[in-house]
Every structure is written in structure tokens, then in C-alpha cells.
Design a protein around this ligand. Structure first.
Ligand code: FEO
Length: 170
């Protein structure tokens, strides 16, 4: 049985992951509009990953016999100041999510909820990977100054990203 404060924090994270999905879909739409289909594809896969994260929390709450409550999802920006700006905002967003997962873990630790702590470990590791991936992309974009031939090449490379649901493993 989930303690009330843990349930509240988990429900809040279902919403936060949905919000992340919505943000990345908005970024995908922005890139589509700019004719950058590879970047748009990368963001769409990011959107799918966030939906999967949200569902992982959803399933866990149900498994623990908790009541899932879906709250309204906050709005997201629809316009950006170029490719580098999008990825800077992505990195800042992922850093914020890392902070949220850490806080959630703190709530679970305080409640002596070992099952939730064990469940959250997957997200702690995932956030390290998420931040590293975005950081690398941002470094590459800065190297090419977010323009020219480099963007063309990177756009083509990002076209190849495919969604793989890793939430079911571990
Ligand atoms: Fe669900 Fe990108 O963290």
C-alpha cells in the first residue's frame, strides 16, 4: 500500500512525464515547420519515450493498488530561437526532471518505501543517460554553430533514430 505522500508524488510525476512528452512534440512540430525532418524525428522519438515513462509510473501506481489521478497538463512553448535554443531548453528541462526524480526518491526514502525506491532506480539511471545524450547533441550543434552543412549532416543522422521501449527492461 502506498503512503499518501508517495502516491501524490508519483501521480505528480505521471503528469510531469506527460508534460515532457507534450514539450518534445511541440519541438518536433517546430522542426517540421523548419523543414528539419531529422530533428523533428528525434523529438518525436523523445515524445514517445516520455509517454512510455509516464505509463511506467501509471502501471506502478496501479500495481501498488494506488489511485491514479490525471491532472491537467501545463502548456508548452510553441516557438523557439533556432536549433541551439531548442536543445538548450531540452537540456534545462531534463536537468529539471532529474531534480524531480531525486525529490521523489527523497519522499520514498523518508516514507521507508523500499519498493518505490527500487522502482525509481530505473529513472535515476535513465536521467544520467538522457542528460548525456542531449549534452552531446548540444556540443555537436555548438561546434557547427547551429548552421550550414553540419546541420544538414546532423539532420540526416537524426532521421535514423527509432523508438525502442526500454521501460519494460528492469
Ligand atoms: Fe522522462 Fe526525459 O525524462
Amino acid at each position: 500500500m502506498l503512503k499518501e505522500e508517495v502516491l501524490k508524488a508519483l501521480n505528480n510525476q505521471i503528469n510531469a512525464e506527460m508534460h515532457s512528452a507534450y514539450l518534445y512534440l511541440s519541438m518536433s512540430a517546430y522542426f517540421e515547420d523548419k523543414g528539419l525532418s531529422g530533428f523533428a524525428n528525434w523529438m518525436k522519438v523523445q515524445y514517445q519515450e516520455e509517454l512510455a515513462h509516464s505509463l511506467k509510473f501509471f502501471d506502478f501506481v496501479n500495481e501498488r493498488n494506488g489511485r491514479v489521478i490525471l491532472e491537467p497538463i501545463d502548456g508548452v512553448p510553441t516557438d523557439f530561437d533556432g536549433i541551439i535554443d531548442v536543445f538548450e531548453k531540452t537540456l534545462a528541462h531534463e536537468q529539471k526532471v532529474t531534480g524531480m526524480i531525486d525529490q521523489l526518491m527523497d519522499v520514498a526514502v523518508k516514507a521507508s518505501d523500499h519498493a518505490t525506491q527500487s522502482f525509481l532506480k530505473w529513472f535515476v539511471d535513465e536521467q544520467v543517460e538522457e542528460e548525456a545524450t542531449v549534452n552531446e547533441l548540444l556540443d555537436n550543434l555548438k561546434l557547427i554553430d547551429g548552421q550550414g552543412n553540419g546541420v544538414f549532416m546532423l539532420n540526416r543522422e537524426l532521421q535514423g533514430r527509432k523508438f525502442m521501449d526500454t521501460t519494460q527492461a528492469g
